[in-house]
Design a protein around this ligand. Structure first.
Ligand code: NAG
Ligand code: NAG
Ligand code: NAG
Length: 323
């Protein structure tokens, strides 16, 4: 099934949940959406699979935007992949049960998300297991204890300061992965997170897709994927973490930056630009697709280099501005 259908299912579910609460004025329209959702659920296995989770989520999540549920906003430009989707109050992730870490975590940030107007406190948030994941696939605090690795956030806590629930949700262990502490989580990776937030000085809205990646390397003339695991839950320690940053410009265009950093000590004097990679290279390793609803020619630039518009390549002058 297409991610298009799923987004419709999600939208439908959001509005179904809304039937009983904040969208009282639109009964007739909702009835039609509810009907469409019921039809979709009967023909689409993914919509069926997600139905209950979505109903549950929309009943319990506080929303301060009655016009558009967060989930619709966050997923606007596509699902990177469809494995074990978990919807939180301000981020959405796909969980890899085998490796006990997320495949990807998707966030949407604007200035109010990072400016902490309401006294949100990071210190009261506590790391806790994700109880929606079956026990045998779940990571625990005990797995990390004395493992030598930090509990590294994928959706950064500092991106979710609009309310305490948003912040708390980033401490659920499905958003956490084993990261090297000194030189990575506490340094270079943190620098990349701060760099990302600073992009809000130049762009009004940013989407961030962050995840874990195990990169093949050469061993005895073949390629080989090797990674450590920690704790009795056997949590994989990713060899790399990626971050794909989609910036919306004020005039509705897109700028993309794409990074993959090795999960190891990285010296302070290495420029973050060193870790840029073509997004396709990360897609190929992870099996994910990033922001696939955006066409390549809608990008102004990718990794700082200008994207050539296909129309120009064709020599098609029809839409070219007057000289
Ligand atoms: C929604 O946000 C506004 C400020 O942007 C605030 O004044 C209001 O109290 C918030 N409402 C809820 C229900 O959180
Ligand atoms: C955030 O987590 C702390 C610690 O578990 C808890 O005391 C607090 O009530 C939580 N706040 C919200 C809004 O969920
Ligand atoms: C992305 O980054 C890499 C590494 O800097 C660069 O080679 C590539 O040209 C960039 N742009 C695209 C479109 O991948």
């Amino acid at each position: 099934m297409s991610s298009e259908n799923l987004v419709h299912a999600v939208a439908g579910a959001a509005l179904v949940a809304g039937c009983s609460s904040f969208i009282l004025g639109q009964r007739a329209q909702n009835a039609e959406i509810c009907k469409n959702l019921e039809n979709l659920i009967q023909t689409d296995a993914y919509a069926f699979y997600l139905k209950e989770k979505l109903y549950e989520v929309f009943k319990t999540c506080p929303s301060n935007d009655s016009s558009e549920p967060r989930v619709i906003k966050i997923l606007k430009y596509g699902f990177p992949g469809l494995d074990n989707i978990r919807v939180f109050s301000d981020h959405i992730l796909s969980y890899d049960r085998r490796n006990r870490v997320a495949h990807w975590v998707l966030e949407h940030i604007t200035d109010p998300c990072i400016s902490n107007q309401f006294g949100v406190n990071r210190k009261i948030a506590v790391f806790r297991s994700d109880i929606a994941i079956p026990t045998m696939f779940r990571s625990t605090n005990q797995d990390y204890y004395r493992s030598g690795f930090d509990r590294g956030h994928l959706a950064a806590a500092a991106n979710h300061k609009l309310n305490q629930q948003h912040m708390n949700d980033t401490f659920v262990l499905s958003n956490i992965a084993p990261q090297v502490g000194v030189g990575f989580n506490r340094d270079s990776w943190n620098d990349l997170e701060m760099y990302t937030r600073n992009l809000l000085n130049s762009y009004p809205e940013i989407y961030i897709c962050t995840g874990s990646m195990n990169e093949p390397k050469v061993k005895n003339s073949n390629l080989c994927v090797e990674y450590d695991c920690i704790g009795s839950s056997v949590v994989a320690v990713p060899t790399h973490f990626f971050k794909i940053i989609l910036c919306l410009t004020k005039d509705g265009k897109f700028v993309l930056e794409s990074y993959a950093m090795p999960n190891e000590y990285i010296s302070n004097d290495i420029d973050l630009k060193t870790f840029r990679r073509p997004p396709e290279a990360i897609e190929k390793i992870t099996g994910l697709q990033f922001f696939d609803k955006i066409k390549r020619n809608q990008y102004v630039s990718i990794n700082g280099s200008q994207v050539r518009n296909d129309d120009d390549d064709d020599g098609n002058q029809e839409e070219a501005p007057d000289p």
